[in-house]
Design a protein around this ligand. Structure first.
Ligand code: MG
Length: 158
């Protein structure tokens, strides 16, 4: 078995869609980034890459690559999962937390879980997604950005 952790944060700005866990959420601001800036999926990619000893998302998908501009982070996650499968591992379980003051995320978590499970080739029961506010503390609390953390356990196949 191998374990990895991931963390990411992106700025909230006007004029961008808010996409978290592969789900577009109605909100007056969205996350800024080279890809779709899906901070949850980036943290998950980093947890998987960390467990594989494969560095980080910036090494595999540099934000200087024009081919990745505006790309859905579900596609990045699928590429990381292909790397995991190629190295002979499957997802044991994944736990993640989104840190955001607003909007209220709990209604969207089942859809995020389903999309992440599909991208990971895993049943949804292996995925847990949580959301928390920071009681208005820090950059997340001031709604300047959203952060996410993830931990993944991988099991060797066979
Ligand atoms: Mg990121």
């Amino acid at each position: 078995m191998r374990i990895g952790c991931g963390y990411d944060a992106h700025c909230l700005v006007a004029g961008r869609p808010l996409i978290l866990g592969g789900v577009q959420i109605e909100h007056e601001t969205g996350l800024l980034g080279h890809s779709d800036a899906d901070v949850l999926l980036h943290a998950i990619c980093d947890a998987l890459l960390g467990a594989l000893g494969e560095g980080d998302i910036g090494r595999h998908f540099p934000d200087s690559d024009p081919a990745l501009k505006g790309i859905s982070s579900l596609l990045l996650l699928e590429r990381v999962v292909a790397l995991m499968t190629g190295k002979g591992y499957r997802l044991g379980n994944l736990d993640a937390v989104i840190i955001a003051q607003r909007p209220r995320l709990s209604p969207h978590i089942p859809a995020m879980r389903d999309r992440i499970a599909a991208a990971c080739g895993a049943i949804p029961e292996r995925i847990n997604i949580k959301a928390t506010t920071t009681e208005k503390l820090g950059f997340e609390g001031r709604e300047e950005g959203i952060a996410a953390q993830a931990v993944a356990l991988l099991c060797a196949v066979g």
